[in-house]
Design a protein around this ligand. Structure first.
Ligand code: SIN
Ligand code: CO
Length: 379
């Protein structure tokens, strides 16, 4: 599941480019062999459970169609692009591309989207709200990088597509297989295929602050005693009937601040791990299959693999380690840490390490929890 090593000075990249400036990395992966070809990608887009889109530019209009597709959908005369989301969930070698950016926290990883375009195919000038590493697969794509954008940037009228009305080209690059273009959030970009080509987009996440705040507040509210009421012992006599005075508001704000500070001191940050490990798609764990997997594990299975779609993260706590798995949280003793790090880093646990984990109650509880949440499977 390895893709070769990214030819990049990580420290210099983080200091100078990350979330600031685009960067072209020529031969990011020397002699790159794309882990998936156009026909395999098209095959995925025929499947009902796979999220795919087709964008076509016809008669000066951008047209969008959602998958699943049929073979006939790929016979078009106007330039078109097929985009398949989360290909890393289905193809291990594509999941391996996530390792290219393993110097970033794993919880920041979103998915690897793969696109195929015919000559002239493009999804139009746009910007994304997250960082993306665009790795050229087969063929060549001409990229134009434009201005910094945000929600005030004018868009063309379209029900679903967010195509920029104006594009101010500032840099241009022709990407060949194995070249990579890093784009920070909000940077306008426009890639046009030169001949047929495939592009692997390693996309990171940018959780909405609204969502973070709302989940944080939910957890804060959970921790709050229901019989806590507002009081104001220093209240002052009113001089104008009906007024809400600045000092009243200050008192309320102060009371809320003190309450939040108290809650914060309890130090329960569970909400964050839960949010960032929420799976992209539902993970149904079927009872029969779970029983099967448990039996395999109890019978001395030789290896446990991290599911490519599973999201696992952990956090040290005063009691040990909180483990987040597909949106759930559970506390374990700190002894599970080496197994967790190995699972998250190597995506598998086998041999002596697996035997040692199974021999300890904490280790086997951890594996059972990861099985129940659909994050690992036994082989
Ligand atoms: C593409 O692969 O064609 C588009 C990727 C992007 O612009 O985000
Ligand atoms: Co984009």
């Amino acid at each position: 599941m390895t893709a070769g090593r990214l030819q990049l000075d990580r420290e210099a990249f983080l200091a100078r480019y990350w979330q600031r400036e685009p960067l072209l990395i020529r031969e990011a992966i020397p002699a790159f062999k794309p882990p998936l070809d156009a026909a395999e990608l098209a095959g995925l887009a025929l499947e009902a459970g796979v999220e795919s889109r087709l964008i076509e530019y016809r008669d000066q209009q951008w047209l969008l169609q959602h998958g699943p597709f049929t073979e006939a959908d790929f016979n078009r005369d106007a330039p078109w692009t097929l985009l398949v989301q989360a290909v890393d969930h289905y193809v291990d070698e594509v999941a391996g591309l996530r390792r290219l950016v393993d110097f970033l926290p794993q919880w920041l990883m979103d998915d690897v989207m793969v696109s195929y375009a015919v000559d002239g195919g493009s999804v139009g000038p746009h910007y994304d709200n997250y960082d993306v590493f665009l790795l050229q697969g087969e063929g060549r794509r001409h990229w134009r990088v434009g201005q910094a954008c945000d929600s005030r940037s004018a868009l063309l009228p379209h029900r679903e597509l967010r195509i920029l009305r104006d594009f101010d080209c500032q840099q241009e690059f022709l990407l060949e297989p194995g070249d990579m273009l890093y784009l920070p959030p909000g940077q306008a970009h426009w890639g046009i295929a030169q001949g047929e080509c495939t592009t692997f987009s390693i996309g990171l996440r940018a959780p909405r602050i609204n969502d973070l705040l709302s989940r944080w507040a939910d957890q804060m509210l959970e921790g709050l005693a229901p019989d806590l009421f507002y009081r104001d012992r220093q209240i002052e006599p009113v001089s104008r009937a009906g007024e809400i005075r600045p000092r009243d508001l200050q008192q309320v704000a102060e009371r809320l601040r003190v309450t939040l500070a108290d809650l914060d001191r309890q130090g329960d940050n569970r909400w964050f791990g839960e949010v960032v490990t929420e799976p992209r798609y539902d993970v149904p764990v079927e009872d029969g299959e779970l029983a099967n997997q448990r039996a395999l594990l109890a019978g001395g299975a030789c290896q446990v693999e991290l599911d490519a779609a599973g999201r696992v993260a952990w956090q040290e706590t005063s009691a040990g380690v909180a483990v987040f798995a597909n949106g759930q949280a559970q506390e374990f003793a700190a002894t599970v840490l080496p197994w967790l790090v190995q699972l998250c880093g190597q995506w598998r646990l086998e041999g002596q390490a697996l035997a040692a984990a199974l021999a300890q109650p904490d280790g086997s509880q951890l594996l059972d929890y990861l099985l129940t949440t659909g994050c690992i499977y036994v082989e």
